[in-house]
Design a protein around this ligand. Structure first.
Ligand SMILES: *Cc1c(COP(=O)(O)O)cnc(C)c1O
Length: 767
């Protein structure tokens, strides 16, 4: 985008006077933020319209979550005007950094939603016509604070700064019909800018509204009482994002959200194609759809329903759907695989349920009644099976994950339809996760190999001959990032972390399989070790955690409380203050991640092998020159392939070993055999920490008793974790160590989401 300072300031001034009746000098931060954003939006409108009107084949990325993060800086960077705007504003009054308080659209839980956001950005940057379709939740993922160490949740009013980066497109509203009510779906379009290439794709988020406000005639025909109820429900559908990560919640409101999203999106696309005069039999020539996990899988029967209403036979409609849909699986965890009660489904959306039944019948015929193949069984609809049966392609998100899908989770399906299964390893956008969050490191790289890597990350390998020359600058930049993070943490969390300490970081959703508990136990082991002399000379280390726990996930919340208690103990003990600090930052989100990732020395990726489908946090750290301390799980495996296992720190049971260890696993024997482990674990019950609610006691019980004690092998992997982590801490600081960091950076090319979306475009979408 061309930038003209005088024109820009005039535009901002005009918007301020028209919208808020203030001058540039008088405007408050919120007003200025809106005016700056709108001035840019006005400029890009022609490009956006041109892209929307293109007639080639497009892909719709259907996702219940888009974890977009803060838009303004990223958008200005993509348009190539970040520094121009910064300078223009500085010339009149405002430091652009003051916008750091504004919206951080958290319309997603974690990795899955952030992946969707990275893919949209990458597709626009690679000039791939990919549009996102999602839900405009009124409240995003809850805001987290700690009170006495316990997690507290508050509503996330992400619209309080306004929403200048969206446009309400009322004339393209659609009606979504449930058995008990009709709802208006109003689209809000967000532009997705390609990186300095003039491409503008669209994220269309649907908002639910009562039809009343829209259609007075229909309003008049309705009976008084129903009206009130209907209005209440209609607005409620999009009220709030379900704050669960990797768990299925069988709530009717969730089912309504899912159908609302896919019905509105498909009606929208079909309406447009019909208006263009396209024969719907040719739909697959114009559109394909990527289903981001099972949440939008109702799109399959919904499209079949729509086509049948257009006069298609079931077979014709099924054929079109089969050529349009593709499905990404994100997890093998049983508690996350979506299933819906068939009765509930048929009550809520009977005409859609009919199509699911028809798919089931077709499958029965095709599989000759082989009971391994089903969509509906014992009154339950299995969404993944529906997705696999109908879709052209099914993909896992890292090599190891796709192999597990083929070998175990969907083994029968794979044997029947091997050609459907492909792997597309996840990626992250290098614009947000290096250029934007770590501009000095990006500039250092530019100085060595030019800037073509911004859109071709494989070129980072060209750094390899220069790594030695980069060493001192790299250390200096990392040091500065650490000092900045330390100051931020001091301000936000009130915890002092010396910038000279090693920053050992674990940030991700709180889940037992991710094993923050394993990390916590190691911190206690170091603490006791420093005190009793075992680790007298422990390299000074700050153990940094960030994570939200689903509000109903008891064990996850207990782990937060435990770590906060450990932080109190360690930070309150002057005898260890030159050796260690512990902090659990509040409200971990995309913006916090940007600040932490560029300042980390150690990236903790310690899930039980087989459980983390890919991970993308691991890639963010690698790209910023951080070594991984991890298990051979998810994309860690490929990180080691790219950067070399000896440049990272790998420990613990492998997938195959996990299966063996689980056989006759006896965690209490491990406790008895390892006094260091025993001492750390027993702090959960020996009065070291106050436990007025009995949470820590239950955490202890989860490790030692019950049907499947220590389900995620925390105790089994503890000794090896300590061995490798200790080696890492003592390796830290040498040039040899920082070379490992740089080798990781130079080997991160594969993990660009540019590569991922191109793989999708080639292997799956054929665009
Ligand atoms: C990248 C990211 C995630 C995913 O992290 P993992 O370590 O892959 O689980 C979750 N939340 C936020 C805010 C992120 O930026």
């Amino acid at each position: 985008m061309k930038f003209e300072r005088k024109q820009f300031l005039e535009d901002v001034t005009k918007i301020l006077s028209a919208d808020f009746a203030v001058t540039l000098e008088e405007a408050g931060k919120k007003e200025l933020y809106q005016a700056v954003s709108k001035a840019v939006m006005t400029e890009v409108f022609p490009d956006w319209q041109a892209c929307k009107r293109q007639s080639g084949k497009r892909c719709g990325y259907f996702s219940a979550e888009f974890l977009m993060g803060r838009a303004i800086f990223n958008n200005l960077l993509s348009l190539g005007i970040l520094e121009d705007v910064r300078e223009a504003l500085a010339s009149v009054r405002e430091d652009l950094n003051e916008f750091e308080e504004v919206e951080d659209a958290a319309l997603g839980n974690g990795g899955l939603g952030r992946l969707a956001a990275c893919y949209l950005e990458s597709a626009a940057s690679m000039d791939i016509p990919l549009d996102g379709y999602g839900i405009r939740y009124r409240y995003g993922l809850f805001r987290q604070t700690f009170e006495n160490g316990y997690q507290k949740e508050e509503g996330d009013d992400w619209l309080k700064w306004g929403d200048p980066w969206s446009v309400r497109v009322e004339r393209e509203a659609k009606i979504v019909r449930f058995a008990d009510m009709d709802v208006l779906a109003v689209p809000y379009d967000m532009p997705i800018f390609g990186y300095r290439n003039g491409v503008v794709n669209t994220l269309r988020l649907w908002s639910s509204e009562p039809i009343r406000a829209f259609d007075f005639e229909m309003f008049d025909k309705m009976k008084g009482e129903n009206k009130a109820v209907e209005n209440f429900h209609a607005t409620k559908i999009c009220d709030v994002l379900y704050p669960n990560d990797n768990t299925m919640v069988g709530k009717m409101l969730r089912l309504r959200q899912q159908y609302f999203l896919v019905s509105a999106s498909l009606q929208d696309i079909v309406t447009k194609l019909k208006a263009e005069g396209v024969d719907l039999h040719d739909l697959p020539k114009r559109y394909c759809f990527q289903l981001n996990d099972t949440h939008p899988v109702l799109a399959i029967p919904e499209l079949i329903r729509i086509l049948r209403a257009e006069g298609f036979s079931f077979e014709e409609a099924f054929g079109v759907a089969g050529r349009c849909f593709n499905f990404t699986n994100h997890t093998i965890m049983a508690e996350a695989l979506e299933r819906w009660d068939a009765l509930a489904l048929s009550d809520l959306i009977p005409s859609v349920y009919e199509q699911i039944l028809a798919c089931q019948n077709r499958l029965d015929e095709e599989a000759g009644g082989d009971s391994r193949f089903f969509i509906i069984r014992e009154g339950t609809v299995h969404m993944a099976n529906l997705a696999i049966y109908v879709s052209s392609k099914v993909n896992g998100v890292a090599e190891i994950h796709t192999n597990i899908l083929k070998r175990e989770t969907f083994r029968d399906w794979y044997e029947r339809y091997p050609e459907k299964f492909v792997n597309i390893t996840n990626g992250i956008t290098p614009r947000r996760w290096l250029l934007l969050n770590n501009p000095r490191l990006a500039a250092l790289i530019d100085g060595k190999i030019g800037s073509a890597w911004h859109t071709d990350l494989s070129r980072l390998s060209l750094l390899k001959p220069h790594l030695g020359d980069m060493l001192s600058d790299f250390k200096e930049i990392k040091g500065e990032n650490k000092a900045r993070l330390a100051a931020y943490i001091k301000e936000k969390e009130g915890v002092e972390i010396p910038a000279g300490f090693i920053f050992d970081v674990q940030i991700k959703r709180l889940h037992e399989y991710k094993r923050q508990l394993l990390n916590a136990l190691s911190v206690l082991a170091y603490y006791f070790g420093v005190k009793d002399g075992t680790y007298r000379d422990l390299p000074p280390t700050a153990f940094i955690f960030g994570a939200k726990a689903a509000p109903g996930y008891y064990m996850a919340k207990a782990i937060i409380k435990f770590i906060n208690e450990i932080a109190n103990l360690v930070n309150g003990d002057k005898t260890v203050s030159d050796r260690m600090r512990v902090v659990f930052v509040q409200n971990y989100d995309v913006s916090y991640a940007e600040k932490i990732v560029c300042a980390a020395d150690i990236s903790e990726q310690i899930s039980m092998a087989g459980m983390e489908a890919s991970g993308t946090g691991n890639m963010k750290f690698m790209l910023n020159g951080t070594v991984t301390l991890g298990t051979l799980d998810g994309a860690n495996v490929e990180i080691c392939e790219e950067a070399g296992a000896d440049n990272n720190y790998i420990f613990g049971a492998t997938v195959d070993e996990v299966a063996k260890v689980k056989h006759g696993y006896a965690p209490e024997k491990l406790l008895e055999a390892d006094p260091v482990l025993k001492r750390a674990v027993e702090t959960l019950i020996d009065g070291t920490f106050p436990d007025e609610k009995g949470m820590l006691k239950r955490l202890y019980a989860s490790l030692t008793t019950g049907y499947e004690p220590d389900r995620y092998l925390v105790l089994h992997d503890f000794a090896d974790y300590m061995r490798v982590k200790t080696k890492l801490l003592y390796d830290y600081g040498t040039d040899e160590f920082f070379m490992k960091c740089l080798v990781n950076l130079a080997s991160a090319g594969k993990f660009s989401s540019d590569r991922s979306v191109k793989d999708y475009a080639d292997l799956i979408w054929h665009i």
